[in-house]
Design a protein around this ligand. Structure first.
Ligand code: MGD
Ligand code: MGD
Ligand code: SF4
Ligand code: MO
Length: 749
């Protein structure tokens, strides 16, 4: 046993993608440990990574393409039949309704973003124009604000004096390097402080110096009141603002209207505590802030993002060590354009970062209006389960003329698709994640397969290549020529490849599969599936030559891209691909004048419209607020379906305060029914004094079925989106308010 080799890869369960090492016996992961040699995580993991065998070898794995039959059951079909049928039916939709009615959803989860890159080829092949992903139900409001402010930032928590977490529980959800270690370091250092804005006394809040236990959904009052204190108490960094900020006078006028006392009352936080938090931020030498789902999936979400940014901009906490930094990305996927006027085709919802708001997608399928989506390609995501209003999603899936799902499992979404294509797992192919947010040194990890694909499955590059070939968009003569050149010389290949695709937008979008089929076979180590990275490395080298050179990668022009690709291809422990000092964040500010813009008209209008009293979403019928989708120790979206994976809290109990439990007659071990305007579910319950009276919480990612030993699908826990509903969303970005669902609870007798 002990002489078994350790295989290097990364954990795929959250955006940190910690480096891990795995020991194999046959196809089983017998041991997993943190990889000390990984350039970013350096051996750190949380408890979840150690049980990844449940992902790799669970009974959920599909081993054959599946086709829906007339009675709604599925039959196994061979790959050739499946690929032909997908191509024929997508083509039929394209010819009848136009390719723009073919909607693409997904493109990757927490650890696999190459599949989405190859997916662009299939989208191009069928003329698809509209797409979305999970980002459009969490981050697009923030992306929109970033675009208007002019900076997309991450906090330097390792070096900051004051760490602020707004609707973010990094102890469980991570999202910052070595999260638990970093949190403990801050907590143990008397010179440093942690401020947490969260209605629940989370694990992170327990470590905080100041826990602002906000009344759910009223953050806008807390945040605006803190900004007000910065003005009132001369805590603005005047020099920074004068030199680097535009729109300050307009903002000052707007903030003058904020009534601190009233706002403090509205958010339920002790005014003195709220004031001390603002002072601590205003007086610190450095501040880093992380806002996440607690505000991004709650009322005033986009406005909250704007107010959060004001806290660090007004105090000059940008582009310095310990503050907010703009990392150099391998793929800058999160950028939105300030001037974009793109709208979704039916309801005219704002498209941000190229993504249609998730909440409007079912409506745009179920509409009779011209432009309604008629087909869907869904890849590595589970929208019927993960987006608001699962019942409406099931209706929408049923209304589509055709849908195909590419996944490792027969998911809640796959069960409504016409064809399901089984993907090789993330440990059976070359993969990578673009969640690279480190600085000053940023790290990118390309993973090599540890195992052959499970028989019957295919990696996505091969799936998309076959689809494109079947759709007739690949010029085989061109491919043959490029393939030959690639075998001879990569630089020559580069010249020929770019000459072929330049001036031909379709070929440009097919590039990933063209690279797979031409450069791919010439790559050492059977790395054909990594071929798209070659193009990505060249683009990165053209975009950020300085930061890439500073990381020690040598070469000029195309040679820099080549050298970067070689490094990426060779390393299993991550490559430091860019180095950029904090001050150089200024180089990446996107406003015309290079300053941070704080006067965004839409935000100032929304701020002026904030009502004097918070809007109550509760009523006699629904007296509680449900946070639908809390990150816990053993949740990871729906990446792992086997409930045995969870060491604790296997069925994901509803958390309720002791006071509410008493009122409702709930005792430990009760089952309760949770009822919302969207639906009802029955769940186990945990009485917890971490939850405020009036507030209840359910974990995310549960309520997925998993075959029992006899192969019968069995459900564990509840799926929160049986309870959420469309229309309950941010007016600007369309992001759902999952953390703020009116609800009532009844004991099940
Ligand atoms: N263990 C685990 N980690 C994960 C994931 C996972 O599934 N499991 N998923 C990953 C993904 S995809 C994401 S996007 C991140 C999300 O990471 P987080 O945003 O940190 O996760 P959540 O627990 O959903 O929400 C954060 C906090 O918001 C609080 N909250 C609820 N309502 C309100 C409110 O009205 N105001 C404020 N201020 N706070 C509120 C909750 O109490 C909770 O502590 O986690 C990632 N990491
Ligand atoms: N009510 C409520 N809903 C939420 C949230 C919430 O807090 N509350 N959180 C939301 C958030 S922030 C997010 S990010 C979303 C996440 O929701 P989704 O974006 O739908 O992502 P996952 O649940 O991670 O689903 C990933 C899918 O990829 C599949 N998969 C795994 N490996 C591979 C592979 O190699 N190839 C392919 N093709 N497929 C693979 C898995 O089987 C799974 O079906 O959920 C959201 N939904
Ligand atoms: S779940 Fe996230 S923090 Fe935990 S080991 Fe995996 S990547 Fe690292
Ligand atoms: Mo997410």
């Amino acid at each position: 046993m002990s002489d078994q080799p350790w295989h290097k890869t990364v954990c795929i369960l959250c955006e940190c993608n910690c480096g891990i090492e795995i020991r194999l016996e046959d196809r089983q992961f017998t041991r997993i440990r943190g990889d000390k040699e990984h350039k970013a995580s350096r051996g750190y993991t949380c408890e979840k990574a150690l049980r990844l065998n449940h992902y790799q070898n669970g009974r959920h794995r599909l081993t054959s393409p599946m086709r829906r039959t007339a009675d709604g059951t599925y039959e196994e079909v061979d790959w050739e039949t499946a690929i032909t049928e997908v191509a024929v039916r997508l083509k039929a939709v394209q010819e009848t309704h136009g390719g723009e009615t073919i909607f693409y959803y997904g493109g990757g989860g927490q650890g696999n973003h190459l599949c989405g890159v190859y997916g662009t080829a299939t989208r191009a092949a069928v003329g698809s124009r509209y797409r979305s992903s999970a980002l459009a139900q969490e981050k697009t409001g923030e992306f929109w604000v970033n675009a208007h402010i002019g900076a997309s930032t991450r906090g330097d928590f390792a070096n900051t004096e004051v760490a602020v977490f707004i609707g973010k529980n990094p102890w469980q959800s991570h999202g910052i390097p070595h999260a638990r270690r970093t949190l403990k370091e801050i907590a143990n250092d008397p010179e440093r402080s942690m401020i947490v804005l969260d209605p629940r006394r989370t694990e992170t809040a327990d470590l905080a110096d100041l826990h602002l236990q906000v009344k759910p959904g009223t953050d806008v009052y807390a945040l605006a009141a803190m900004v007000k204190v910065l003005f009132e108490e001369d805590l603005i960094d005047e020099r920074f603002v004068a030199a680097n900020v535009t729109g300050f006078d307009e903002l000052r006028t707007a903030i003058a209207e904020v009534d601190f006392d009233r706002y403090a009352t509205n958010c339920g936080i002790d005014p003195q505590l709220l004031r001390s938090a603002a002072r601590r931020i205003g007086q610190a030498s450095t501040v880093a802030i992380f806002e996440d789902l607690g505000v991004q999936m709650a009322p005033n979400s986009t406005l909250n993002s704007y107010l959060e940014k004001l806290l660090w901009i007004l105090t000059g906490n940008f582009a310095k060590e310990g503050t907010m930094i703009t990392p150099v990305m391998m793929v800058p996927f999160a950028t939105a354009k300030a001037g974009s006027t793109r709208k979704s085709p039916v309801v005219g919802a704002r498209i941000i970062s190229g993504l249609v708001p998730c909440n409007v997608v079912p409506e745009e399928i179920l509409s009779d209006a011209p432009g309604a989506y008629k087909a869907m390609i869904i890849e590595s995501s589970n929208p019927v389960h993960s987006l608001a209003d699962s019942p409406r999603w099931r209706e929408a899936m049923a209304a589509l003329e055709f849908s195909v799902v590419i996944d490792v499992a027969m998911t809640e979404t796959a069960r409504h698709a016409d064809i399901v294509l089984p993907a090789a797992s993330q440990f059976e192919k070359w993969e990578a994640s673009f969640f690279n947010f480190e600085f000053p040194d940023n790290v990118f990890t390309l993973r090599a397969p540890l195992l052959e694909p499970l028989p019957g499955t295919l990696p996505e590059p091969e799936i998309h290549y076959r689809l494109c070939r079947e759709l007739g968009v690949l010029d085989q003569e061109l491919l043959e020529r490029l393939r030959e050149t690639a075998q001879r010389n990569r630089l020559e290949f580069a010249g020929e490849f770019y000459a072929a695709i330049s001036g031909d937008p379709l070929l440009g979008r097919l590039a990933p599969v063209i690279l797979y089929a031409t450069l791919g076979p010439a790559l050492p180590g059977d790395a054909a599936q990594a071929a798209a990275m070659w193009g990505i490395c060249h683009q990165a080298a053209m975009r950020d030559p300085k930061a890439i050179s500073n990381s020690g990668i040598e070469g000029e022009g195309p040679l820099l891209g080549e050298a970067l690709f070689d490094e990426v291809l060779a390393s299993r422990t991550g490559v430091v691909f860019s180095r950029s000092e904090p001050e150089e964040s200024w180089d990446r500010v996107t406003t015309m004048d290079g300053k941070l813009n704080v006067a965004i008209p839409e935000m100032l209008d929304l701020l002026a419209a904030v009502p004097n009293e918070p809007i109550e979403f509760t009523s006699d019928e629904y007296p509680l607020i449900l946070a639908a989708g809390e990150r816990r120790s053993f949740t990871a979206n729906t990446i792992i379906r086997d409930p045995e994976w969870r060491k604790r809290d296997q069925s994901g109990a509803l958390r309720i305060s002791p006071a509410d439990a008493t009122t409702l007659g709930i005792v430990a071990g009760s089952n309760v029914r949770v009822i919302t305007p969207g639906g009802a579910v029955v769940t186990a319950v945990e009485i917890s004094d971490t939850v405020q009276p009036g507030h209840i919480t359910l974990p995310n990612g549960l309520g997925v079925d998993y075959p029992d030993a006899d192969g019968e699908a069995a459900l564990t826990g509840v799926s929160t989106n049986e309870l959420t509903y469309l229309g309950h969303q941010d007016p600007l970005a369309g992001t759902p308010w999952h953390k703020h669902v009116p609800a009532r609870v009844e004991v099940v007798v």
